[in-house]
Design a protein around this ligand. Structure first.
Ligand code: B12
Ligand code: SF4
Ligand code: SF4
Length: 276
């Protein structure tokens, strides 16, 4: 009887490209995944999960008003094999601070070729941390990039990192919703995590009742009633007058071009309060 030799495949390793058996590939995949996760935790992320494009087919892609076009991982990086989501604990108001240039007027009121400077400090800090993961993967021969263009909350659920709360945010078991998210798309094949299955909210409604403008129904946000949208869109006419007034009264503005985005629906959540 003649049996076929296990197929050999070529995988990138620390010391370049060389042939490997499938068993060796599997253990390489496990050790690369472990090393990558440990690296992410040592950088300060509180958790990290992994999924792949074929498990992310039914997510809410497309435009969110004029705010953002959410795309599938393969539309952001055609050769993507694994999608990594990393969770960053936001423990200080600095992470909610937004700095816009004086020309900023709101989504949809600028042409795409206008150069407008805008920084959200939570994203800026996470982006720097996530670059370390991109460099880690690139040094091992895998094309990789940071992405904020995929729907991060629902992708995080598929990566096993938490559930979507009644505030519509990702609620993590350890830090509740008091987190920000960033993803890295990579050509590396990594071990996958299982999607998070349960709902953690139960009978709680604290975020829904705490929202100053009543922008929330359970699991649903009325975007134009959210003070974050109102603050980010100072000159649009789609925000109701009473929301605009409340936002001008309640949203703190440390300097002329900065404001601290509302985070009431994150702050009140009892989940993960001990660690947050
Ligand atoms: C657009 C956007 C906004 C918009 C619109 C928000 C929205 N909910 O869409 C505005 C400007 C209002 C906004 C506000 C805020 N945002 Co924002 N935002 C985003 C962005 C870019 C996309 C969000 C998105 O996916 N919208 C699409 C819609 C379809 O998603 P959805 O609301 O979750 O809709 C689902 C549910 O409503 C659900 N649903 C509807 N009906 C029902 C009924 C039932 C029964 C159930 C179960 C579900 C359900 O189905 C819908 C489809 O899946 C992400 C970054 C990213 N790339 O993902 C950050 C992001 C979601 N924002 C974030 C944060 C922190 C905030 C704020 C707290 C502001 C702040 N201080 O930073 C507020 C919170 C407001 C709120 N409660 O959602 C974080 C969330 C972190 C977390 N813990 O999840 C993100 C991930 C940014 C980041 N990089 O960390 N945001
Ligand atoms: S960010 Fe503020 S205004 Fe927007 S839904 Fe949360 S609590 Fe309400
Ligand atoms: S405050 Fe309550 S309802 Fe809102 S997300 Fe947290 S557990 Fe869920």
């Amino acid at each position: 009887m003649v049996t076929a030799e296990p197929a050999t495949v070529v995988v990138p390793t620390y010391d370049g490209y060389r042939a490997k058996s499938p068993a060796a590939c599997h253990s390489d995949m496990t050790s690369l995944t472990e090393e990558l996760k440990n690296k992410a935790l040592s950088l300060g992320f509180v958790s990290v999960g992994i999924s792949k494009p074929s498990m992310l087919r039914d997510l809410p892609y497309g435009p969110v008003r004029q705010i953002k076009e959410l795309v599938a991982p393969a539309d952001d990086m055609p050769s993507v094999k694994s999608v990594i989501v990393m969770v960053f604990h936001v423990w200080d108001d600095i992470f909610h601070t937004s700095l816009d240039s004086p020309e900023w007027r709101g989504y949809g009121l600028h042409s795409p070729d206008e150069k407008i400077e805008s920084y959200f400090f939570g994203s800026a800090i996470m982006r720097n941390m996530a670059w370390e993961i991109v460099s880690f993967l690139r040094a091992r021969g895998f094309k990789s990039k940071i992405s904020f263009n995929i729907p991060l909350k629902t992708t995080a659920i598929k990566c096993g990192l938490g559930s979507q709360g009644k505030n519509t945010l990702l609620v993590t078991p350890t830090h509740g919703p008091r987190v920000n998210l960033v993803s890295v798309l990579t050509e590396a094949e990594l071990e996958l995590d299982r999607p998070f299955e349960s709902d953690q909210c139960g009978d709680c409604q604290l975020c829904v009742t705490a929202c100053p403008t009543k922008a929330l129904e359970p699991y649903r946000l009325n975007i134009e009633h959210c003070m974050t949208y109102s603050a980010e869109s100072p000159d649009t006419d789609d925000v109701p007058q009473h929301v605009r007034e409340m936002e001008r009264k309640l949203v703190r503005r440390p300097t002329a071009n900065t404001y601290i985005e509302c985070s009431k629906c994150m702050d009140v959540c009892p989940i993960g309060r001990q660690t947050s």
